[in-house]
Each structure stands twice: as structure tokens, then as C-alpha cells.
Design a protein around this ligand. Structure first.
Ligand SMILES: N[C@@H](CCC(=O)N[C@@H](CS)C(=O)NCC(=O)O)C(=O)O
Length: 199
């Protein structure tokens, strides 16, 4: 994991919510340099979860669902075709939206770290477009009172935007999302996993 990663943060929140801190070790990892990560994840991305038998899970949705099972959590609502809008599909759809926003934000930040003459304004504009439309969709979204993986993913994406793109000004035109996030950010598990500038 890395303290700034919005994807690792999803798992770190579930670990705290389900009291799994004694079962799961969080290892600060530089995705470019860590051989342990490269052995665990051929995609060389964090998070990756190495299990006791030496096998590894990759991709935050998979890791979070595993942790949810391990801790007997309710962050992944059960399968039901009668509850498409309020159940599992809503939660997974919201997770996809949050993760998509986070992916675009991470891509912007990585692009900004390349030598200036190699950076593409077109690429950055495209990512900003994804972030903007994603946030607009979230302003219209329905959030559950009992948080699911969808709410967690959205909160981690917004936390990352606030951390890496503090001048985005997304709150100005999205009052509903802003007030939902303000309340969500008060959860102790959110407070304990605030992104830190260590990577
Ligand atoms: N879909 C993956 C995305 C993970 C991801 O992009 N992680 C970033 C850090 S926030 C990473 O490790 N990037 C390293 C790289 O792309 O080289 C997930 O949900 O876990």
C-alpha cells in the first residue's frame, strides 16, 4: 500500500471498519521499486494482498470483497435481482464510478511528473473531463445510509482529489455531494487513513 493511494485506502478503511488490523499487515510500498509487489502483482500496482498460502489478490475491488468476507462485513450487499437499484448493483456501480474518477486523477498526477516537454495537454484535459463528468454524476447519485463499497470508493476518490488537486473547486457546483462527503469524512476509519505525502 501507499499512504496516498485511493485504491489502497479502500482496503485500509475496510480493515479498520471490520477490526482486521491484527490479521492484515500494511506494508508501505513504492510500486515502481518493490520486488515484493512485483512478485505479487504482475501489473505492478498497489494494492496487492498476499495471503498466508503465498498466493496474492490484486485489484482493490477484489481485495476489498475478500476482506469483507474475512471480516463478516456488509460492504458488498448480497445478490438479488429484485434490488438492482438499492442493492449489490448500485454499490458496485458506484464503486466503478469512484474508482474511475480516482484512476483519472492518478493518471493526471503521473502525467504531471513526466518531463514538461513530454506532457500532453490533450491527455490531461481528457482525464479532467472524466473527473468532471464523474463528479457531476455523483451529485445526482443516491448514497446509502449504511455505507457500501460504493460509498467507500467515492470517498477515497474525493479524498485523493482534495489531496492532489486542491484547487479543483469541485464543491462550488456540487453542494449535495460536498455535504455528503463532509459527513462521511468524519468516520474514524476515514480520519485514520487520510492521504499522506509520503510517495
Ligand atoms: N484498478 C486498480 C488500480 C490500482 C492503481 O492504479 N494503483 C496505483 C497507485 S494509486 C499504482 O500502483 N500505480 C503504479 C503504476 O501504475 O505504475 C485497483 O483498483 O487496485
Amino acid at each position: 500500500m501507499a499512504p496516498a493511494s485511493p485504491f489502497a485506502r479502500k482496503a485500509r478503511i475496510i480493515i479498520r471498519e471490520l477490526d482486521l488490523t491484527r490479521l492484515v499487515e500494511e506494508i508501505p510500498t513504492n510500486p515502481a521499486a518493490s520486488e515484493e509487489l512485483h512478485r505479487a502483482n504482475p501489473l505492478r500496482k498497489i494494492p496487492a494482498l498476499v495471503l498466508d498460502d503465498g498466493s496474492a489478490l490484486i485489484d482493490s475491488p477484489v481485495i476489498c470483497e475478500y476482506l469483507n468476507e474475512l471480516g463478516g462485513g456488509k460492504f458488498f450487499p448480497g445478490m438479488s435481482i429484485w434490488r438492482e437499484v438499492s442493492g449489490r448493483w448500485r454499490a458496485l456501480g458506484l464503486q466503478a464510478l469512484g474508482d474511475g474518477i480516482a484512476e483519472a486523477a492518478v493518471a493526471c498526477i503521473y502525467e504531471g511528473r513526466r518531463p514538461e516537454e513530454q506532457q500532453s495537454k490533450e491527455f490531461i484535459d481528457k482525464q479532467i473531463g472524466i473527473i468532471t463528468r464523474g463528479l457531476d454524476a455523483l451529485e445526482r447519485a443516491k448514497f446509502a445510509k449504511d455505507p457500501t463499497i460504493g460509498e467507500i470508493a467515492v470517498a477515497c476518490a474525493i479524498g485523493y482529489l482534495d489531496f492532489r488537486m486542491p484547487d479543483l473547486g469541485w464543491r462550488e457546483t456540487r453542494p449535495k455531494l460536498a455535504s455528503w462527503y463532509e459527513a462521511f469524512a468524519r468516520y474514524p476509519s476515514m480520519q485514520a487513513t487520510m492521504p499522506a505525502n509520503l510517495t
